[in-house]
Design a protein around this ligand. Structure first.
Ligand code: HAM
Length: 416
């Protein structure tokens, strides 16, 4: 008989590793909420049209979308990212601006799976709607940077660029298109260059790399307003002491960006998976989705990759989960049943052995559980209404009346 496995490109995350994911998310929530962002929870699937605005020529939309027709024949898609969903929610609920939200959850893209690249992956991110002050770009970039640093990551580079306003962008697209038409591109990129020349800068194909390296720079085709805006963002980052590299080829893989684009890159991971996250400004997105013109900026970070980088930098490692108590009952199991309940209600974490196994086997389980104390109930203890408390670090053992056990443990745990 065949047995099932998880589908290609997706994976189970098991305990105790899951605790690390929860810790990452709660650390992110803390950083965001200290900066006035509230949590947005939006659906995992949307009308597929919501995501069409990411760009018909982007891989995310043209090749990787998990789309399907529901039972009434409506075309739906599992979300490949959350910015478009947040923009849809903004238009639907018209909250007051500035609207500052953070989110966390799985995204879905039909990609070629490899380490750090999955078909279901987890993102945390923020979006800020209704502010176009260049200092808001700085606040957003700094928040992601500080969060990554708070995990202990050090070997990272912050890349920043500007795509300018629509005038700068179309001037640049023209110049770039002419340059690409004269270059030796891969077959797939020749087609992309005709439709959307900026997308070619995002190509990872070996044959395109030399052409990309020699491409004209978007920074030479900015309007003076766009250039001033970028200068203001850079000086804001300087004022915060955040170092960065200006990367004129950074266009990012989605089409909605205007002005600032940025990426947090890990130098400890290989290049196919070294983008820990990225984002940028998308001042035209709300309008493209049918809302009234509203500025927006945000980023998303890939939690799967962040944890890979944490592994290589040996930081944000799992702390050994310490249970307070492990109960060893070698009588009839009644003590384990009632004691575990009593201790947990009093806020003491407690686990227990199962089955009528020997003292030796149960003590082995207690040691494996990483608990601080073993509570042992044998026939002597049962007869005298007591419990033996064994300190699993020092091996010291004391006998305590069952009525006083909660108080005894609470005072000893407090002293640790
Ligand atoms: P993105 O660059 O497509 O941007 O994704 C952000 C991050 O998600 C990537 O840098 C990477 O760490 C992670 N990621 C993407 N695809 C995968 C995958 N297949 N497996 C594992 N991790 C992955 C966005 O999604 C934009 N919504 C960011 C944004 C927010 N821009 C403005 N606001």
């Amino acid at each position: 008989m065949s047995s099932f496995k998880s589908p290609r490109g997706v994976r189970d995350i098991l305990p105790p590793e899951t605790a690390r994911w929860r810790a990452l998310e709660s650390q992110f929530a803390g950083v965001c909420e200290r900066a006035g962002y509230g949590e947005l929870v939006s659906p995992m699937f949307e009308d597929a049209g919501v995501f069409a605005r990411l760009g018909e020529d982007t891989a995310v939309v043209s090749k990787e979308m998990y789309d399907f027709f529901d039972k009434k024949g409506r075309r739906m898609a599992l979300r490949p990212e959350l910015t478009a969903s947040a923009a849809r929610a903004f238009i639907e609920h018209h909250p007051e601006v500035p609207w500052k939200v953070w989110y966390s959850g799985p995204q879905f893209r039909y990609e070629q799976p490899q380490a750090g690249r999955y078909r279901q992956f987890m993102q945390v991110g923020i979006e800020l709607f209704g502010v176009d002050d260049p200092h808001s770009d700085v606040e957003v970039i700094a928040l992601g940077w500080e969060f990554l640093r708070s995990l202990g990551l050090q070997d990272m580079t912050l890349l920043v660029n500007t795509l300018g306003d629509s005038e700068s962008r179309s001037a640049y697209a023209g110049v770039l298109g002419d340059y690409l038409a004269e270059s030796e591109l891969s077959e797939a990129s020749v087609e992309t260059a005709l439709k959307n020349p900026l997308r070619v800068l995002d190509s990872k194909r070996e044959q395109d790399q030399q052409v990309i390296a020699g491409a004209p720079s978007c920074l030479d085709h900015l309007t003076s307003e766009a250039a001033d805006r970028f200068a203001a963002v850079r000086s804001g980052l300087d004022a915060l002491g955040i170092s960065y590299e200006v990367s004129p080829r950074l266009v990012r893989g989605l089409d909605y960006y205007t002005h600032t684009a940025f990426e947090y890159v890990s130098n400890s991971l290989t290049s196919a998976q070294n983008a820990l996250g990225g984002g940028g400004r998308y001042d035209g997105l709300i309008e493209a989705l049918g809302g009234t013109s509203t500025a927006g900026i945000g980023f998303a970070l890939g939690a799967d990759r962040i944890l890979l980088a944490c592994d290589t930098e040996e930081t944000f490692l799992l702390s050994e989960t310490l249970l307070d108590v492990f109960i060893v009952d070698i009588t009839d199991g009644q003590a384990a049943l009632t004691l575990s309940q009593e201790l947990r209600s009093a806020g003491i974490s407690a686990d227990r052995a199962w089955g009528s196994r020997s003292l030796k086997a149960q003590m082995k389980a207690a040691n494996r559980s990483n608990a601080r104390f073993a509570l042992i109930v044998g026939t002597d203890e049962q007869a005298s209404g007591t419990v033996s408390v064994k300190d699993l670090e020092t091996s010291q053992q004391t006998q305590i009346s069952q009525d006083a056990i909660v108080e005894h443990l609470q005072s000893r745990l407090k002293q640790l």
